[in-house]
Design a protein around this ligand. Structure first.
Ligand SMILES: CC(C)(COP(=O)(O)OP(=O)(O)OC[C@H]1O[C@@H](n2cnc3c(N)ncnc32)[C@H](O)[C@@H]1OP(=O)(O)O)[C@@H](O)C(=O)NCCC(=O)NCCS
Length: 187
């Protein structure tokens, strides 16, 4: 099983997201807004407020409780948010698949945090959630994100034309998958 108590790097650990993270999410997303702009949907102003993050987290945690999502936070020693990883669209049955999304605070990028956290999230997806496959899509020129996925054992499966509305336009995406195991479904 994934050892969540073990830090990813000095001072930063991975833990499930909580409603109480809303203020810290709003601060980190505001701090990182310009940095993430090229790779993110255009968000309403409310997204960058504690109230907007409370609404987002309430919906996300309801999805988690229904088994459809698993939202993670990368947190500092004082529990402030410095990044996030989200498994969404979790599906069981013969598919046992989820979509992975992530971001790292502008002040913490380039230190291996995303790579360490993606590895940990995939272990948990395999060992606890019983998933077989995780998929992720990046804008075709998001080289940093593609590097994270490649380092984390993902393979390119193709290019999806006009896949997501990112930074104001429908952008072509490079699609990745990681097969987590080749055994039969566990449950
Ligand atoms: C993409 C992102 C999550 C990476 O987080 P991170 O913690 O900096 O990632 P890591 O440090 O684990 O690894 C980054 C890798 O990309 C490489 N990299 C960074 N910028 C790069 C660039 N412009 N071109 C090529 N490689 C780049 C780094 O050198 C590193 O690879 P290395 O270990 O072989 O040197 C972060 O930059 C981010 O949040 N970006 C904005 C939001 C985003 O793009 N989210 C993903 C959407 S699919």
């Amino acid at each position: 099983m994934t050892d969540l108590s073990h830090p990813l790097t000095a001072g930063v650990h991975l833990r499930p997201a909580m409603l109480d993270d809303a203020v810290s999410f709003a601060e980190a997303l505001t701090r990182s807004r310009a940095y993430m702009k090229r790779w993110e949907p255009v968000r309403p102003e409310a997204f960058y407020t504690p109230e907007g993050q409370t609404r987002r987290l309430t919906a996300l945690l309801a999805d988690r409780d229904a088994g459809r999502a698993m939202p993670w936070v990368l947190a500092d020693a004082d529990e402030s948010v410095v990044g996030a990883m989200t498994l969404a669209a979790i599906e069981l049955g013969p598919f046992r698949n989820a979509r992975l999304g992530y971001w790292i605070d502008v002040d913490r990028a380039g230190r291996g945090l995303a790579t360490a956290a993606v590895g940990r999230v995939c272990e948990d997806a395999r060992d606890r959630l019983g998933l077989h496959r995780v998929e992720a899509g990046t804008v075709v020129d998001n080289a940093a994100s593609q590097r994270v996925l490649t380092k984390s054992g993902f393979e390119v499966i193709g290019t999806a034309p006009r896949y997501l509305h990112i930074d104001g336009a429908w952008r072509d995406h490079r699609m990745f998958q990681r097969i987590l195991h080749d055994g039969p479904p566990q449950r």
